[in-house]
Design a protein around this ligand. Structure first.
Ligand SMILES: NC(=O)c1ccc[n+]([C@@H]2O[C@H](COP(=O)([O-])OP(=O)(O)OC[C@H]3O[C@@H](n4cnc5c(N)ncnc54)[C@H](O)[C@@H]3O)[C@@H](O)[C@H]2O)c1
Length: 253
């Protein structure tokens, strides 16, 4: 109940349930964090706020398109004003436009890059001064196993997620002296709403993909949330500039 006591955390993309942002928010709330939750889906976010408030958590929700640079500053300022500082940023919001390159338009490419990597640049750039003013912090950037291996139909998503990985290492080095840690988290196949298209398009194939994971199933959002909690907490105090793969053994094959 106290692994994040007195920590103020911003989590983007927190509205989807089941979703990683929601699971991270619940886990952080259980450990005493004060939360700033953002998303473009305000209906979903209101439901998450209700759930967390009922748990006794202190929560501020804000509409935020992570592609909007100015909105980032407003979110950071609101976090500092409401809770007195900023200790943790989880750049979680993301989309997965998965299709072969022959079917990928330039507009698709731009959208994939904007939401999954440009947003992480904005988030880190804007959060770091507030973290320095707060005496340090932890940034967790959501990448993917798609950063680590070529996957057909996932090539453009993979560019963005590989960018998140190497960007996180650079930030870790640039701000180690400020007491700011920065790591990337690489989930494998996790059963959230991001899988809805695959689940709907071919359910039998969807089940088979899950069974092909060495652990025998897709991951649960809570299993990723526990790892984000570790990286966000002081237990990971000597962990920076690295990647944590959470994939049921997928990358070991
Ligand atoms: N679920 C998986 O298998 C998996 C695997 C690897 C990586 N990831 C990554 O984890 C993160 C979370 O994925 P998820 O599975 O929870 O997906 P999800 O679709 O369930 O949730 C994503 C959330 O991001 C929000 N979002 C989308 N575009 C946004 C924008 N422009 N601004 C603000 N919010 C926006 C959505 O409204 C939604 O609430 C993503 O970055 C995704 O790429 C997921």
């Amino acid at each position: 109940m106290s692994r994040l006591l007195n920590k103020v955390a911003i989590i983007t993309g927190a509205a989807s349930n089941p979703g990683l942002g929601h699971a991270i928010a619940v886990r952080f709330a259980e450990e005493g964090a004060k939360l700033v939750l953002t998303d473009i889906d305000m209906v979903g976010l209101a439901a998450v706020e209700k759930e967390l408030t009922a748990m006794g958590a202190e929560v501020l929700t804000m509409e935020q398109n992570v592609v909007d640079e100015n909105r980032w500053q407003e979110v950071i300022d609101a976090a500092v004003e409401r809770f007195g500082g900023l200790s943790v940023l989880v750049n979680n919001a993301g989309i997965a436009l998965m299709r072969p390159i022959s079917e990928y338009s330039t507009a698709d490419y731009d959208l994939q890059m904007d939401v999954n990597i440009r947003s992480v640049f904005f988030g880190c750039k804007k959060a770091i001064p507030a973290m320095i003013a707060s005496g340090g912090g932890s940034i967790v950037n959501m990448s993917s196993v798609a950063a680590l291996r070529g996957i057909p139909g996932v090539s453009v998503y993979g560019i963005a997620k590989a960018g998140v990985q190497i960007f996180s290492k650079g930030i870790a080095l640039e701000h180690a002296a400020d007491g700011i840690r920065c790591n990337s988290l690489h989930p494998g196949l996790i059963d959230t709403n991001i899988q809805n298209d695959a689940r709907r398009d071919n359910y039998d194939e969807f089940v088979k993909i899950g069974e092909s994971v060495p652990w025998g199933r897709m991951g649960f959002p809570e299993e990723v949330a526990n790892c984000v909690l570790f990286l966000a907490s002081d237990e990971a105090n000597y962990v920076t500039g690295t990647e944590l793969v959470v994939d049921g053994g997928l990358m070991a094959k």
